[in-house]
Design a protein around this ligand. Structure first.
Ligand code: MF3
Ligand code: CO
Length: 249
């Protein structure tokens, strides 16, 4: 079932997205060697509470934390922990803001201090791939056009795209149809409609695309131990093109 949103609903999701972006900006200032992802998780909870917003992930299908914090070879849904981040690590912080019932979802991978040159390239390519996908989120296109653009770009840069997790429709619940793979064929899949709100959130690995699941039943990591990065925005499909809801400006 696809929930097409009214302009008013999208406006409220935009407010949620601005708050989320402001929170990411604060996280960026706090990520450095010695900080723990549990401290970041607490910071996010406090920040949202200050603005009267809620961390939607906490309690979602039993997920225990406000944020997902995925370090190095963890692809997604890493649990925040008390171990300090180290110089050269990368960490993806992903969370969903609930502002007066409207949701926004955005993830960002942060470098901890100085990272290797090839790791920096992984971050740059993954971020760029998100925008390649967003460019395709226009009326008349199909879901497959988004994944095709992302996959083609990422593979040409020598990296791989995770297949086991996808973007998704969002609002009133976190995960809704349509599902948005970050790989695929041009012209395939559902046609994009005005008022759809989706996430695009490519997870890109330095090595193989395959993932395996940790014993906690949540955290996915790369099968070969290679590093994985992710950038995610929540996007509204409008007649004026893709509207990124999870930015400040
Ligand atoms: N923010 C995640 C996403 O991009 C959703 C995490 S689900 C949770 O799809 F269970 F971890 F909360
Ligand atoms: Co997310």
């Amino acid at each position: 079932m696809i929930h097409v949103k009214t302009e008013r609903e999208i406006q409220l999701m935009r407010e949620a997205g601005k708050l989320l972006a402001a929170c990411h900006q604060e996280i960026a200032k706090r990520i450095r060697p010695g900080v723990t992802t549990m401290e970041i998780d607490r910071f996010v909870e406090t920040f949202l509470a200050k603005y009267g917003a809620k961390p939607e992930q906490k309690g979602y299908r039993g997920y225990p934390y406000a944020t997902c914090a995925s370090i190095n070879d963890e692809i997604c849904h890493g649990f925040p922990r008390n171990e300090p981040l180290k110089e050269g690590d990368i960490v993806t912080i992903d969370f969903v803001v609930n502002w007066r019932g409207a949701l926004a979802d955005s993830a960002w991978t942060y470098a901890v201090g100085e990272v290797d040159k090839d790791v920096k390239k992984l971050l740059d390519v993954t971020e760029q791939s998100l925008y390649k996908g967003i460019e395709q989120a226009v009326l008349g296109n199909r879901i497959g056009d988004i994944g095709h653009a992302i996959q083609t770009y990422v593979e040409a840069q020598g990296f791989s795209v995770v297949r086991d997790f996808t973007g998704h429709g969002i609002g009133p619940t976190i995960h809704e149809e349509p599902y948005v793979p970050h790989f695929g064929e041009k012209g395939k899949g559902m046609r994009l409609k005005e008022g759809m709100v989706i996430t695009i959130e490519p997870m890109v690995n330095m090595g193989a695309w395959q993932s395996k699941m940790d014993a906690n039943g949540w955290t996915a990591r790369t099968i070969d131990g290679s590093y994985s990065a992710q950038y995610e925005h929540t996007i509204a499909i409008t007649k004026n093109g893709p509207l990124i809801l999870t930015t400040l400006a």
